[in-house]
Design a protein. Structure first.
Length: 667
C-alpha cells in the first residue's frame, strides 16, 4: 500500500512569501521603527473562502501579535507590522480554508427561502463549534446566537430577510471570526533581524591610535586619540574604528614596508596579535590601560561617536593561545605551526586558527568570549578582519549567539572576495559588508554595480559600507594624488550608500605614494610603522569632508540605501543619481564629474512626475557643497562641473511654495 501523508486535509497553499532570502533559509534585515511589509501568495482548491493572517513576535518569548492579511488581487495578500526595537523577530504566514467565511459568502448569494433555512442551520453548527473554542463569556454569546439561528431556521413564519439579518450580524460575526477552526491551517515561518539605525546609517573614520601622538617619533596613546575626538566630531564622523589594539607579537615581527627582518625599534603589525603581555583580551601597554580606554569611550559617547574595534581571529607566534592550546593550530610536516599565506604573499608573523580541529567546540567558545569581553567594556561595533578565511558555520553561530544577547551589536565584514561568498557572509548574519566600490570607477561600472545592489535580491540582507581606501588598499586612481579624484570618490562613497568610511589621515591629506609600481600597498604603511600626520595642513580635505557629512546628517535621503535612481545625462564623464526618502519627501540629486582633469558638461533629465514637480514652474536646486542655488524648470537642465574647483554637486531639490502673505519661497 502506498504510504499516506500524516495529514491530508490541508487545502490552503502558501505559494510564496515576499520578500525572502533563499525561500526563508536566512533572515531578512530591517531597521527598528520602520514598517515591515509582507506579501503572501495563497490559494486553495475550489471556491471556498481563504483566510490569511500574519503573526509575529520579538524573540522566542515576546508577546505574540496577529493581523489579518488583506487580499490584493490575483491570490496575493498583504500586511505589515512595526518592529519597534532591535532584535530577532519570528513571523509566520498562516492560511486556511475558513468554513465560517465560506458559509457567510455562500449565504449572502442565496435567494431561495428553503435554501436559506438549510444554510442557516449549517451556520448554527459552525457557530456552535466556534463557541467550543472560545472562553466562557464569548462562548455564551456564540452559543446563544447558534441557538437563535436554529430556532429561526425551524420557524415556518420566518422570511429570508429576517434569517439573513440574524445570520449575518456584524458584531457577532466578528466574535466568531476570533475562534476560527485552524486545524488544517498551513504555515510558513520566517525570521527577521532588526537592527538599530546605525546599522543603516554610519560614517566611519579609521585611524591607528599608535600614530596619534602630538610629537613625531612618539608612540600614540588613547589619551592622544581622545584629544582628536572633537575634531572628528566637527567633521561629522560617528564611528571611530581602530585596527587591533592588542599586544603585538615579537617572533617573526615584520619591519617597515612589510620587510621580513625587523629592527629593534620596529613596532610590527597590529594584526600579529599576542605576546607575553597577553592576547585578544589585552591592550598593547604603549597605548594605555583599560582606564584610559574607558575614558576614551566615555568622551567619544559624549560627542556622538562610537568606538569600533577590529576583530581579527589569528595569532602571532608568541600569543598565549599557541602554547596553551597547540591543538587549535595546523601543523606542517616538520611539526612547525602553519603560518598564514595567500600565495605569493606570506604572513610569517600570523598563525591562523584551524577550524577543522577536533577541539573546534572549545575554540568557538573561546572566540565568542573575546567578543563578550569587549562588549562588557562598552564596544558595540566590530569590523571583522577577513571573515571569508574562517569557517562560515562559525560566523553564523557566533553572530546569532551574540545578537540574541546584545541586539544592538554591529558586525562589519571586511571581505574583498568572490561575489557569492561576500553575499553568503551577509546572509549568515553580518550587519554590514565591504564592497567592490573601491575598484568601480567608470560611469557604467558604478551604475551597473549599484543598480544590482539596490534593486537585486541582495538588497534585502546586504548592507554596503563603501570605502574609497583602506590600510591595505591604495587604489590606482588615488595614486594620482589629484585633489579632484579624492573629492569625487568621497562624494560617491558618501552618497551612494548610507554607510561609508575613510582610512582617515591618509584620505584627509591625500596620501598617494604606492610602495612600488603596480602595487596597491601604501609606501611607508602605518600597518608596519609609526606615522605622524600634520592634520592641520592647509591643503587638507577636512572642510569638504565636513560639508559632505553635514549633508548626510541633514538629509534623510542620504541615510539609507533605498530610493536610489540613476538619471540620464548625455555625457559619459558625468554620473547623476537621485536619492529620495519616502517618509519625508526629501530628495537629493548628486552629479559627479568622473574626469579629474577637464570641465565636463551635459543635459540632465529628471522624471518630474515622480518628483511631483510642475514642468511649467521653477524649482530650486541647492548645492550643499558650495551653498549655491539654481533655478531650474522642466525635465532637462544643464550642468557643468570643473574638477579644478569642485568635481561634484550635491543638490537638494526644493519646491516653490506660496506663503499666506503672497510671497514665494522654496521648501
Amino acid at each position: 500500500m502506498t504510504e499516506l501523508p500524516d495529514e491530508g486535509r490541508y487545502r490552503a497553499v502558501i505559494d510564496a512569501v515576499l520578500p525572502n532570502v533563499d525561500a526563508g533559509a536566512y533572515p531578512l534585515k530591517r531597521i527598528a521603527g520602520e514598517h515591515f511589509a509582507i506579501e503572501a501568495h495563497c490559494y486553495a482548491d475550489g471556491h471556498d473562502r481563504l483566510r490569511v493572517v500574519l503573526c509575529w513576535q520579538a524573540g522566542e518569548r515576546g508577546e505574540l501579535f496577529e493581523v489579518e492579511m488583506t487580499p490584493a488581487g490575483n491570490d496575493a495578500w498583504r500586511a505589515q507590522f512595526l518592529p519597534r526595537v532591535p532584535g530577532l523577530y519570528d513571523y509566520s504566514v498562516i492560511a486556511w480554508v475558513d468554513s465560517f467565511e465560506s458559509w457567510r459568502h455562500d449565504l449572502e448569494r442565496r435567494e431561495d427561502l428553503q435554501d436559506i433555512r438549510i444554510a442557516v442551520a449549517v451556520g448554527a453548527a459552525l457557530i456552535e463549534s466556534a463557541a467550543g473554542r472560545a472562553p466562557r463569556g464569548d462562548a455564551e454569546i456564540l452559543g446563544a446566537w447558534s441557538k437563535a439561528l436554529r430556532g429561526a431556521a425551524a420557524d415556518p413564519q420566518g422570511d429570508s430577510g429576517t434569517l439573513k439579518t440574524l445570520a449575518l450580524d456584524t458584531a457577532r460575526t466578528d466574535l466568531a471570526r476570533r475562534y476560527a477552526d485552524r486545524r488544517f491551517a498551513s504555515r510558513r515561518r520566517y525570521s527577521l533581524v532588526v537592527d538599530r539605525k546605525r546599522a543603516e546609517f554610519s560614517t566611519w573614520y579609521e585611524l591607528f591610535p599608535r600614530s596619534s601622538a602630538a610629537q613625531a617619533g612618539q608612540h600614540g596613546t588613547f589619551r592622544d586619540v581622545e584629544e582628536q575626538l572633537p575634531r572628528l566630531a566637527r567633521m561629522g564622523f560617528d564611528v571611530l574604528y581602530f585596527p587591533p589594539i592588542h599586544p603585538i607579537g615579537r617572533i617573526n615581527r615584520k619591519g617597515s614596508n612589510n620587510a621580513l627582518a625587523a629592527a629593534a625599534t620596529d613596532v610590527g603589525s597590529p594584526w600579529a596579535i599576542g605576546a607575553a603581555e597577553g592576547g585578544h583580551k589585552a591592550i598593547l601597554p604603549a597605548l594605555g590601560g583599560f582606564e584610559e580606554f574607558r575614558s576614551l569611550l566615555a568622551r567619544a559617547a559624549q560627542l556622538g561617536i562610537e568606538i569600533a574595534l577590529d576583530l581579527a581571529f589569528q595569532c602571532a607566534p608568541d600569543h598565549p593561545y599557541v602554547s596553551a592550546h597547540p591543538e587549535w593550530f595546523r601543523r606542517r610536516p616538520d611539526g612547525s605551526v602553519q603560518y598564514a599565506e595567500n600565495p605569493p604573499k606570506k604572513y610569517q608573523d600570523i598563525y591562523p586558527f584551524d577550524f577543522e580541529t577536533d577541539a573546534w567546540a572549545e575554540l568557538w567558545q573561546e572566540l565568542k568570549s573575546v567578543v563578550d569581553f569587549w562588549i562588557e567594556r562598552g564596544v558595540k561595533i566590530f569590523r571583522v578582519d577577513n571573515p571569508h578565511t574562517k569557517a562560515l558555520g562559525f560566523w553564523q553561530w557566533l553572530i546569532g549567539a551574540v545578537k540574541r544577547e546584545h541586539a544592538d551589536v554591529i558586525f562589519l565584514a571586511e571581505a574583498f572576495t568572490r561575489p557569492k561568498l561576500m553575499l553568503g557572509l551577509a546572509k549568515l548574519g553580518f550587519t554590514q559588508s565591504y564592497t567592490y566600490f573601491t575598484w568601480r570607477n567608470s560611469k557604467q561600472e558604478l551604475t551597473n554595480y549599484f543598480s544590482e545592489l539596490n534593486t537585486g535580491p541582495s538588497r534585502e540582507y546586504y548592507r554596503p559600507n563603501l570605502w574609497p581606501n583602506t590600510p591595505d588598499i591604495l587604489p590606482e586612481p588615488l595614486q594620482s594624488g589629484l585633489r579632484s579624484v579624492f573629492a569625487a570618490r568621497l562624494v560617491l562613497a558618501a552618497t551612494l550608500s548610507g554607510n561609508y568610511g575613510i582610512y582617515g589621515p591618509t584620505y584627509e591629506l591625500m596620501e598617494s605614494s604606492a610602495r612600488e609600481a603596480g602595487s596597491e600597498e601604501y609606501l611607508d604603511s602605518e600597518k608596519y610603522q609609526l606615522r605622524h600626520w600634520q592634520l592641520h595642513r592647509p591643503d587638507s580635505l577636512r572642510s569638504l569632508i565636513a560639508r559632505v557629512n553635514r549633508a548626510r546628517r541633514e538629509n534623510p535621503a542620504l541615510q539609507s540605501n533605498q530610493g536610489l535612481q540613476f538619471c540620464p545625462i548625455d555625457n559619459d564623464q558625468l554620473i547623476a543619481y537621485l536619492k529620495r526618502d519616502a517618509a519625508t519627501g526629501n530628495v537629493v540629486l548628486i552629479v559627479v564629474n568622473l574626469d579629474p582633469l577637464h570641465v565636463q558638461s551635459g543635459w540632465l533629465e529628471l522624471d518630474l512626475a515622480s518628483l511631483q514637480l510642475d514642468p511649467r514652474t521653477d524649482f530650486q536646486v541647492h548645492d550643499l557643497l558650495s551653498d549655491q542655488r539654481y533655478l531650474w524648470r522642466g525635465p532637462r537642465n544643464y550642468v557643468s562641473l570643473d574638477p579644478g574647483r569642485m568635481p561634484a554637486h550635491v543638490l537638494r531639490l526644493r519646491h516653490r511654495v506660496r506663503s499666506e502673505h503672497d510671497f514665494d519661497y522654496f521648501l
